[in-house]
Design a protein around this ligand. Structure first.
Ligand code: ADP
Length: 264
């Protein structure tokens, strides 16, 4: 027998009246699980044929010079699109793992400053050193959790800042804490995002400008991954953006999830 999932809501009217609302969410949860399983299975099944395709395309590319120009263009396009599909399948698998697996984040403290230094170098390589990436980090502030998940979330935000801002833009990474929590800010001075999109950005496949996103190799899954990783670390993502000041994505963690290492 399936365990039932009931949602209760109590509304208080005046002094003596209460309204109790009970919603049976069992069927909704079952459908949600079916959706998650379906996506995980399809992604798994797509991985093998894609590996074969991209393997052969790589071999053919070695002989591209001997092909007519039109075929060379076709080959380049096929290689680009199969890389995009691999990226998409990889993001789908990551997302379904984040949604379905129990949280087994090693309770190990993660040195966020170290993680950000490495991500900064990757971001500079991605941008061909056409962006400035500035770091202002608390070296002693650690987060308990999964290094690989946090790395993937933070990289998504920093790489987005590179992808969606023009050359010459500045990206600032700030990692600090105050009595309200610990915060990682990824701030850019790019074109910003219209406020009507902000509430939807963490939905799967949501993209502000799909033609621009496909040029940048985007899948529309990056921010959904960030949201899930943060939820698994008791955190949340805050987004603010304006055309005048650019975008700022803030990962907020409760202090209970962090610790201060003593400088040696
Ligand atoms: P994608 O794979 O398309 O990059 P994301 O979920 O990472 O998907 O981001 C969703 C959308 O948010 C992007 O398509 C892009 O339009 C917008 N976006 C994300 N980061 C920025 C940024 N720093 N500046 C401007 N737009 C951004």
């Amino acid at each position: 027998h399936e365990e039932r999932l009931l949602e209760y809501q109590i509304t208080v009217f005046g002094q003596n009246e209460r309204l109790l609302l009970i919603r049976d969410c069992t069927k909704m949860r079952r459908l949600e699980r079916m959706r998650q399983d379906f996506i995980a299975n399809v992604s798994h099944e797509l991985r093998t044929p894609l590996t074969v395709l991209s393997g052969y395309l790589e071999t053919f590319s070695d002989y591209a010079d001997e092909l007519p120009a039109q075929w060379q263009r076709g080959l380049a396009l096929m290689t680009q699109q199969s890389a995009r599909m691999e990226h998409l399948v990889c993001d789908l698998l990551t997302l379904s793992r984040l949604e379905t697996s129990d949280f087994k984040a090693e309770a190990e403290p993660i040195n966020v400053a170290e993680l950000l230094h490495a991500i900064r170098l990757d971001a500079l390589a991605l941008s061909g050193h056409q962006h400035q990436v500035l770091l202002d980090v608390d070296q002693q502030l650690y987060v308990r959790g999964s290094a690989s998940e946090l790395r993937s979330a933070f990289s998504n935000l920093v790489f987005n800042a590179v992808k969606y801002t023009p050359h010459g833009s500045t990206i600032e990474l700030r990692w600090y804490y105050n009595p309200d929590g610990a915060f990682l800010e990824v701030k850019d001075n790019g074109p910003g995002i219209d406020s009507k999109h902000l509430a939807f950005l963490t939905q799967r496949f949501y993209r502000v400008d799909s033609s621009r996103s496909s040029q940048t190799g985007g899948t529309g899954l990056g921010l959904a991954i960030v949201k899930h990783v943060l939820l698994r670390h008791q955190g949340r993502l805050q987004i603010s953006s304006s055309a005048a000041h650019g975008s700022c994505f803030t990962c907020c963690f409760p202090l209970s999830q962090t610790l201060l290492a003593h400088a040696s």
